[in-house]
Design a protein around this ligand. Structure first.
Ligand code: 2AM
Ligand code: CA
Ligand code: CA
Ligand code: CA
Length: 268
């Protein structure tokens, strides 16, 4: 993608994200249907579906050769990342959306032949837009994010970690996670993977560790964190696969390797 084209595509994506956010803010004033998907904790609403359809229609009519890979399945069936692929989570943090009416985001990552060109994460109720364009930096409402260039230690870090870690699990040693929670300054859990990535990029949390995220949860965040100077891998330090479910550690560069090598022990 040529620079000019990438910038134009970014501007188009940004304006659609803001438009979709405005629609959500308007429509959430009216009653909307809430359903469950895989289980009682896995919610989806009419607005998740409508928002994804909004992107599908915009992209199909404007860029018919682009593909859309989205959570609610109205886009394309994606088997490879060849060409231009929009990886979209129409509402990330649906449980927050339903219960709290805040702390949810629209997440859009645009990938060219598997490489993240730009990411956009929009905190809809706060009206805060996080963006990152490959090679051009990360921004919050247009202001450059640069706090990840300062040194960081694990002792003074805040780590986002969800209650999954407090429960028994088959894949990771709880002992290492308990040591990690004792080591860091504090832990948080915001319930929106996209916002947790954005907060890492902003430097208001120092890392986010979670066992199971899909490509649409992370596509935008990975670009924004990288452009802010951070790093994202699977929890064992391996590269992320953007076509599958991944465990994720996204963080400040100074603490990433220490967490992987000294605290995360995958069970055999
Ligand atoms: P969602 O709201 O788009 O479903 C909650 O901790 C975070 O994890 C949210 O970003 C949420 O995205 C995501 N999430 C929820 N259920 C999930 C699941 N079964 N698998 C992967 N990610 C999930
Ligand atoms: Ca969901
Ligand atoms: Ca999600
Ligand atoms: Ca979602």
């Amino acid at each position: 993608m040529e620079t000019q084209t990438k910038q134009q595509l970014f501007e188009q994506a940004r304006s659609w994200v803001l438009e979709a956010g405005e629609k959500i803010r308007q429509q959430m004033e009216q009653p909307f249907k809430v359903e469950t998907k895989a289980g009682p904790n896995d919610l989806v609403t009419e607005l998740d579906k409508e928002t994804e359809k909004f992107f599908v229609e915009k992209i199909n009519s404007t860029y018919p050769d682009h593909k859309l890979f989205g959570e609610e399945g109205f886009g394309d069936e994606i088997k490879t990342l060849d060409g231009t692929v929009w990886i979209v989570d129409p509402i990330d943090g649906t449980m927050n959306f339903v219960h709290q009416k805040r702390n949810f985001a629209i997440s859009v990552g645009v990938y060219q032949d598997g490489v993240g060109e730009f990411g956009i994460i929009y905190d809809v109720m706060a009206d805060v837009l996080y963006t990152g364009i490959q090679g051009e930096g990360a921004y919050k409402n247009g202001k450059r994010l640069d706090s990840l260039s300062k040194p960081q230690s694990l002792e003074s870090s805040i780590l986002c970690i969800n209650s999954f870690w407090a429960l028994r699990n088959k894949r990771v040693s709880e002992e290492g996670i308990h040591r990690l929670v004792e080591k860091v300054r504090g832990t948080r859990s915001f319930g929106s993977a996209a916002l947790e990535f954005a907060y890492v990029a902003e430097g208001i949390i120092d890392g986010y560790l979670t066992m199971s995220l899909m490509p649409w949860d992370i596509a935008a965040g990975i670009v924004i964190v990288e452009e802010a100077g951070g790093i994202t891998t699977q929890a064992d330090g391996e590269p992320v696969n953007m076509l599958e479910k991944n465990s994720i550690l996204t963080s400040h560069k100074d603490i990433h390797n220490e967490i992987v090598s000294e605290y995360i022990e995958l069970k055999k």
